[in-house]
Design a protein. Structure first.
Length: 308
């Protein structure tokens, strides 16, 4: 028998006949007429080169060959049913799925430790890897299944990208405690930094690409000013550590600043100009939208970041 030309729908008919021993009852079981079941049985006999059933009164009795098919057929159809309805049976505690998530060290610091606790409690066999954020390449790595999720600011996404907004980030100015022109000069934490002072100080910029122009510079340009970016670093931890050990300042997301300020000895101030608050999103390829393990991961990420 050539499987490529075999109508797999006939297996449902054969399974029903093996269970019911009647074309009428088999048809009722699978929603076909008695004549349609009889026609399917004729096709099965031809394809499998066996009569499959012989009539004994009103009852169809399976041949020896048909009886050998009953158990394997039951397993095949059962496995197929489970595969097609697996989302209803997904158990994270038993799953050994692995995930790759792309995001900056903002998420390595604020998301991954909490996610580790969730995995240990709810999904001890699962694994998750965070890889470097490459903003200009996220389309390709999602399309090629190199990663499962990316955590990036919202932009115009392609139509095949699924996304979920997570939170907005308000930017604050950070400086080391005792900074001679800020805290050491009597400016209270939380106060607005003078525009001239803000523009005259050296700035550290977070940029994975090594840029010297970012969101803060665009905000300053709108009010006709500019600042001195003297250093860029590809990690938020690098930015905050550079500020903590120098007289440089930086604009960083308030969630990250709140987390590290006490640890690193930083004060936070209000920027002198309005700075847009980017919306951070979780994005993925839409082919994974209904994947039960992927959906579970998205739910956990969303819940951890819900209070941001």
């Amino acid at each position: 028998m050539n499987l490529l030309s075999f109508d797999l729908n006939l297996l449902r008919v054969l399974s029903a006949l093996l269970a019911e021993h009647s074309t009428t009852r088999a048809g009722e079981k699978i929603g076909l007429s008695q004549s349609a079941v009889s026609a399917a049985l004729n096709r099965l006999r031809h394809a499998l080169n066996d009569p499959l059933f012989v009539r004994q009164g009103q009852r169809l009795v399976p041949t020896d060959f048909a009886r050998t098919l009953e158990r394997p057929l039951e397993k095949i159809l059962g496995d197929l049913q489970q595969a097609l309805s697996g989302s209803d049976r997904f158990d994270p505690y038993q799953s050994d799925t692995s995930f790759k998530v792309s995001g900056s060290d903002f998420f390595a610091t604020l998301l991954m430790p909490q996610l580790a606790e969730v995995f240990a409690r709810k999904a001890p066999l699962m694994r998750i890897q965070q890889v470097d954020l490459v903003p200009e390449s996220y389309v390709g790595i999602l399309e090629n299944a190199a990663i499962d999720l990316a955590l990036i600011p919202k932009i115009a996404f392609p139509s095949w990208i699924g996304y979920q907004p997570l939170f907005r980030s308000r930017f604050v100015v950070i400086a080391r405690k005792g900074h001679p022109q800020l805290g050491g000069n009597g400016l209270a934490p939380g106060s607005k930094v003078d525009m001239d002072l803000f523009c005259s100080l050296g700035h550290v910029l977070f940029s994975t690409e090594g840029n010297l122009h970012g969101l803060g510079d665009a905000a300053l340009a709108k009010v006709g000013r500019s600042r001195r970016v003297v250093m860029s670093l590809p990690a938020f931890s690098g930015v905050t550590n550079a500020v903590a050990h120098s007289d440089l300042i930086a604009l960083v997301a308030h969630q990250y600043a709140d987390y590290v300020a006490e640890l690193l000895g930083l004060d936070m101030f209000e920027a002198p100009m309005p700075v847009p608050e980017p919306e951070l999103c979780m994005i993925w390829h839409e082919r994974s939208t209904n994947n039960p393990a992927h959906r579970w991961l998205r739910q956990q990420v969303s819940q951890v970041l819900a209070n941001f």
